[in-house]
Design a protein around this ligand. Sequence first.
Ligand SMILES: [Fe+2]
Length: 330
Amino acid sequence: MNTVFLDSKMSDDARRASLYAGQLFVFSPSQCSLELCRFAREMAQEAFGSLDPQSAQFSLPVEQYVAILADLKPRFIHHPTCKELLSRILGELGCDLEKTYFDVPRMRTATHGGYLTAGIAYAYHPHRDTWYAGPMCQITWWMPVYDIEPENAIAFHLRYWNHAVRNGSAEFNYGEWNGDGRRNAAQHITVDTRKHPRPEEPVELHPQVRLICPPGGLIVFSGAHLHSTVPNTSGRTRFSIDFRTVHRDDAMNDRGALNVDSACTGTAMGDYLRCSDLTHLPPELIDRYEAGNAVCLEPEPRRSVGARRRSRSSVRPRAGGKRSSASASI
Ligand SMILES: [Fe+2]
């Protein structure tokens, strides 16, 4: 069963356990999330000058648009104000700031139509964040910067929660991606030749769930959820912010979602910063994740919290899994 919790008051421990079991959470805008949203809007407005960031694509040649984003996005991502606000947002939502680690918030853009779908505004195919070397305890937080609607939202493909998809994640190495793929994103304007981990079999995109919340609201999901960028037909560019968190105790105790098909190597663990003091996770813990996520041979719904880790040599991604007995029920 997949459930969407709206403005849930449950503890962070209980919330993480629910997320690892495939549930989704939506939070209304808070004081700090609205501050982050405002900050993103101000930076975007400054970058586009007299143009409305949501419609600037209709007034600019795509090369110029890409150049603006190539300057705007890294400035936003690494701005100290963002780090401060992320910690405060997580504190507002009951996270233990001594044990919760976040990575820097990405500003994403999804342009209307086929104007720009590669490189710096890559339109994400169905994927799990864990295919990109996120640990199984990774939680993803997603926030619209302006109003969104079903035509420019994010889609969840719930039937794949514990149903493996044959995919290219085994070819994905996080160190190589950081060294090349991400740095060169702005060079890909029409066709994206970076090696993204993609499904390697047809994916049933429907039925799918699109969650709509106001600007500054937060949609929270496990990094193991299959999701995609909705092809934008809204007439406006979508701006969103997303960031990821891990809880140190979960990382140390191998708690997280069940891994049904992620086979990438390397790890994003080295990117996370502790909310309280911006220090990294202990190096020995990061090293433990370098080999990648271990794949469970069989889905074990009853053990959805606490994925097993095995040596990579002993496991292979399953080419197909049993269909969840409780796929999309919403
Ligand atoms: Fe994603």
